[in-house]
Design a binder for this molecule. Structure first.
Ligand SMILES: [Mg+2]
Length: 376
């Protein structure tokens, strides 16, 4: 192939893949600076069957890795501090990070709490994409005391591989003329989508690195690998036409309230539940949505949480149905005997209402009956 030609798709977009460094561990350090510099493992007790979600770089030096058992992590690094993950903390931090992203572009596709693609093609404001990536890193460092690594490239495939190359606090830029050189020696297993089974098959064909694929025609690859052939033909050359997809509309809608004082009185809890259900139903109606699963969230005075949910066969936005189910779900908690500091009602499994659909009107009593029957 002509090494000097640049595939036209590589000249069209500027993509940043941003990936936080040891995110859960970093958030824990931020909340408790005495943990800084320590070998930290987020997962669970080494005596439990928990696995490692994230290890700080200090723990990684001992060979601790994500997805290994906490027991093994403790054997590798006896001085490690083990913490249980606190996803409320992490999602709050994630939201703050996304607020930084939003200053630069609205075209953001989150992959997880700590990873996202950003398309800055039309939102660069005259800045180079690499400059934007650097400014995001700096803002996240200065304002949130967290660090992240970025890959800047003409597409998602290369941006994601690039962000991982110089962690932590890395910034790796691959410009269109550099794409082929970047891909040539890249092991095929680094392509997202090639697992151990595919890797073995490729190895049998003598294919180890992306550049090894280049001498094969698309037809040859398809003959040898089936559907994967065409995919590999493009990916091995650093071609990826997938757009950055802005997060779809939320999948659940809910309201929750932390009370000024913890509540143990059943009547008061029911009042709160009625109010929350009403608010949720109104919000659903405003947005033209309805959902199948009603979720009740309870946080007790000691911060222990529990959720109870129930799904109905037909999506609903009906206040009375939501309220009736929420009330039944409340009976499945320790409400009334334990003090409660927070109640939340949400509806998930959302779908848009068909415009022509008419609301079936039942009288209040029958709808209440209906709601409680759904649970019995
Ligand atoms: Mg990460």
């Amino acid at each position: 192939m002509d090494q000097n030609s640049i595939h036209p798709s590589l000249l069209q977009r500027k993509i940043i893949h941003f990936d936080m460094d040891a995110f859960y561990a970093a958030v824990e350090v931020k909340h408790d600076p005495s943990l800084r510099g320590k070998a930290l493992v987020i997962g669970g007790s080494p005596q439990s069957r928990a696995v490692v979600c994230t290890a700080s770089y200090e723990a990684r030096k001992f060979g601790v890795r994500s997805a290994m058992s906490c027991a093994q992590a403790a054997r590798l690094c006896p001085e490690a501090i083990f913490l249980r993950p606190d996803f409320e903390k992490y999602s709050a931090a994630s939201q703050a990070i996304h607020e930084v992203f939003q200053r630069f572009t609205p075209v953001i596709e989150p992959l997880s709490l700590d990873e996202a693609y950003l398309d800055v093609t039309d939102h660069a404001g005259g800045l180079y994409a690499s400059k934007i990536a650097r400014q995001i890193q700096e803002a996240i460092q200065d304002e949130l005391q967290l660090s992240g690594s970025a890959g800047v490239a003409p597409n998602k495939l290369i941006a994601k591989i690039a962000s991982d190359m110089h962690k932590p606090q890395g910034l790796t830029i691959v410009t269109p003329p550099q794409v082929l050189r970047f891909m040539e020696y890249l092991p095929l297993r680094r392509l997202h989508g090639i697992g151990p089974a595919s890797e073995k098959r490729l190895l049998e064909l003598g294919l180890v690195r992306c550049g090894d694929v280049w001498s094969w025609s698309e037809a040859q690859l398809e003959a040898a690998l089936g559907q994967m052939g065409a995919w590999l033909y493009e990916r091995s050359r650093g071609i990826d036409l997938r757009p950055v997809e802005v997060a779809r509309e939320r999948k659940s809608l809910g309201k929750e309230d932390t009370f000024a004082e913890d509540i143990s009185d059943w009547g008061r809890l029911e009042e709160e539940l009625v109010r929350l259900s009403e608010e949720v139903a109104e919000a659903l109606e405003r947005k033209g949505l309805r959902g199948r699963t009603i979720v009740l969230k309870v946080k007790y005075a000691d911060f222990q949480r529990c959720t109870r949910s129930h799904s109905v066969s037909e999506a609903t936005a009906d206040r009375v149905v939501i309220e009736g189910i929420a009330r039944q779900l409340l009976r499945m908690t320790e409400a009334g005997t334990r003090k409660i500091r927070l109640l939340g009602v949400s509806v998930s499994g959302l779908e848009e209402c068909a415009e022509t659909e008419t609301v079936i009107s039942l009288d209040l009593y029958r709808r209440r009956q209906h709601a409680s029957k759904l649970l019995s």
